[in-house]
Design a protein around this ligand. Sequence first.
Ligand SMILES: Cc1ncc(C[n+]2csc(CCOP(=O)(O)OP(=O)(O)O)c2C)c(N)n1
Length: 403
Amino acid sequence: MSQTNKTAIVHKPSFMNGDEFRIPVFKLLKQDGTPYKQARLPELDRDQALRIYRAMLFTRVLDERMLSAQRQGRLSFYMQSTGEEATVVGSTAALDDGDMIMAQYREQGALAYRGFGLDEFMDQLFGNEHDHGKGRQMPIHYGSKALNYLTISSPLATQIPQATGYAYGQKMAGEGHCTITVFGEGAASEGDFHAALNMASVHRVPVIFLCRNNGYAISTPAHEQFSADGIAPRAFGYRMKVIRVDGNDILAVYQATREARKLAVEDNQPVLIEAMTYRLAAHSSSDDPSGYRSRKEEEAWRDKDPILRMRLWLEGQGWWSDDDEKREQESRRREVLEAMKAAEKRRPPALETLVTDVYDRVTPALAQQLADLEVHVRKYPDAYPKSAPYLDDDKAAGGRDHG
Ligand SMILES: Cc1ncc(C[n+]2csc(CCOP(=O)(O)OP(=O)(O)O)c2C)c(N)n1
């Protein structure tokens, strides 16, 4: 397409900075759970609405419980999604379960919605022998091939260009799937963000870029990260469709993502969604937000709790009650506790898994390193967990493929 044909000519120097208009926020539900007058709510049946709500509630319970476990010294590290559950679960619910999710690290709600098992969460958090990642990653770096959820990468923005590439493959495959990639407004400061958007737009790739603008990149507030009107206007630089949505409004997030999916899958149009939300908890178990923000600010956002808003809407529909709430919370708390106790007791992965599946076959150099490590562990047994299987002589003697 020729752009020059459409370009207006002016005869005075005219500078623009994007302040000519502000991008509106799409909202459907008020905080009391009732819809705005002009709002047209998406069709969401009772079963799916409850599936969404239960995933949000589970995420909240899991987060509270696991932060306590970290404080008790049972877990090394944790990250909560508190306050952002509607953004994460609402967007996931608007997808097909076969679509790919490439997340940052605060999107456990997406896995919960897709049916990641409680034991799978726990085995990863405790890095035991059942962990899909073989205990090689820090807690919260979940991944699930079965649920189309790419394993989390800690370096910020890794997943954004990966999503463009993966979605390009989905377009080639022609099976009607798309990819959503979720990231914070802080990660959007990485160059990878821009490369990913540009490639997606130029090559017409079915990818949804979902930015959780929760106001902070650890202790850095949004106004110290960028001077523009949030992340949304960046889409124009790539001639990409964009929508800004109230990230604490489950129905608005759901509807915006559904429409975005349509554009992506039916017309190969990438879309940027900026979800305005707030991280109610600390950045991670290593952070203390009282050093960089006020209680008053937190309280104002607590009043906009996305779970409460959805609960009030569900109650208005006659689909949820106080009793349901109580029962659900109690049973989820109990299940989380039981699963945690079981996962804590499982053994760590066998020592030899350090060298297997690094290459197709264990190389002689890695085999030697493993042998040296076993000698070392035998020499200093008190420095290593007794529960580990690596001091089992039968196991050490055979069965390994040293290539
Ligand atoms: C490349 C890179 N730089 C810095 C970090 C350290 N770091 C981890 S999380 C984070 C803040 C990210 O903020 P944001 O993307 O807004 O997501 P949020 O934590 O608010 O959900 C930073 C700076 C990192 N992991 N990777």
